[in-house]
Design a protein around this ligand. Structure first.
Ligand code: HEC
Ligand code: HEC
Length: 322
């Protein structure tokens, strides 16, 4: 008994020591080490890039960074499960002090790929890392961030820096890490290659797999198709009222997935949030109206090639009329 007692005691002590270590160490720092071509990057804005950047910005950046008045000054992330604590997104307007007006194109590129800031501090996964987005698309985002879009005009409103809780500090030391820069430029597949193009739009550009696989913590950000339960759905998420909403199974299983859906139904659901039965999809599934019919049709073609998973997902039912 005594030996077991000592053994258990030491395990508890060891665990406590580890947690204390992570508490004081905090979220890890990284070396800020962009290669020369990133350091000196200067994106030339042209009208195609500005339009594309605004569309990508609407799909990603606006969702998290836009306050109620539309300005990208940051907001509380109310839809996170409680164990992550309270986290705010930050000001990414062109304000040189409170926003990103003083960042270079290279600093933005490096940060959007890796999450590493110029001073070496690292943003944990609440700020996504766009490791697989094509260089051209990332350049478009940067061009848009510099544009005269009124939502990005300098604004001095600001949340204090986030203070991450022990759970996030621990995960950031053992599970999450900064992804590497791509080894060679990432190119958008030609739209005539519908399946490859659909995979690009789904996995690299829109991150559909992150929410629609089996577990967001087991999503593989560098090889999405190796994610646990790839496109089989069932991840528990929250809508803005804090209610649980489970992501849908997007594989072509006829009973639990999209096996009986037509392409038109898929396009209506993805672009406008419309369910085939006439209802509306709940957040966090946002309407993706910035994607074109052609892009969404390509996603559908790609999903038809994804291994089918039978996974009955408990679907969200609006409990109260809102
Ligand atoms: C899922 C939510 C989410 C999305 C989508 C998102 N961000 Fe963020 N972003 C955050 C959070 C949270 C932080 C704060 C991270 C921290 O405290 O380290 C952040 C921080 C940043 C910062 C650092 C700001 C600073 O002053 O330190 C920049 C720059 C940024 N985001 C740009 C973008 C851009 C550009 C996009 C779109 C391509 C985007 N973000 C999409 C959540 C998001
Ligand atoms: C932030 C997480 C998130 C992202 C990103 C996301 N989805 Fe969803 N999606 C959900 C959730 C949660 C539901 C379930 C909503 C509900 O039950 O009302 C859903 C539902 C759907 C449905 C309805 C399926 C059905 O059986 O009713 C389709 C289709 C869909 N998503 C496709 C996509 C595509 C394609 C993308 C990428 C362009 C995508 N989603 C990106 C979370 C997400």
């Amino acid at each position: 008994m005594k030996i077991i007692g000592y053994l258990l005691g030491s395990i508890v002590l060891l665990l406590a020591a580890c947690l204390a270590f992570f508490h004081f160490k905090g979220v890890p720092q990284y070396e800020y080490a962009p290669p020369e071509h990133v350091k000196t990057l200067q994106v030339t804005p042209d009208s195609a890039r500005l339009a594309r950047g605004a569309a990508i910005g609407a799909m990603h950046c606006m969702e998290c960074h836009a306050a109620a008045d539309g300005k990208l000054v940051g907001k509380p992330m109310n839809d996170l499960p409680p164990m992550f604590g309270k986290i705010n997104t930050l000001n990414i307007t062109q304000d040189p002090v409170h926003g990103i007006g003083a960042w270079t194109d290279g600093e933005l590129y490096y940060f959007l790929r890796t999450g590493i800031h110029k001073d070496g501090h690292w943003s944990p996964p609440f700020m996504p890392k766009y490791s697989l987005m094509a260089d051209e698309d990332l350049h478009s985002v940067i061009a848009w961030l510099r544009s005269d879009d009124p939502r990005l005009a300098p604004d001095s409103r600001e949340y204090p820096p986030n203070r991450f809780n022990l759970f996030i500090k621990t995960l950031s030391n053992i599970l999450f890490k900064a992804p590497p820069l791509p080894e060679k430029p990432i190119v958008i597949p030609d739209a005539s290659n519908k399946i490859a193009f659909g995979k690009y739009v789904a996995d690299n550009l829109s991150n559909c797999y992150m929410c629609h696989s089996g577990d967001i913590l087991k999503a593989n950000a560098l090889h999405p198709e190796q994610s646990f339960g790839y496109y089989g759905g069932g991840t528990e998420m929250r809508n803005e009222a804090g209610e649980p909403v489970f992501s849908a199974n997007l594989t072509m299983d006829k009973e639990t997935g999209l096996g009986n859906w037509t392409e038109q139904q898929f396009i209506e659901a993805v672009r406008f949030g419309k369910k085939p039965d006439g209802g509306m999809l709940s957040r966090p599934m946002a309407p993706h109206s910035m994607l074109t019919d052609e892009e969404v049709s390509a996603i559908f073609a790609y999903l038809k090639t994804v291994p089918v998973i039978k996974n009955p997902v408990q679907r969200y039912q609006a409990s109260v009329e809102r």
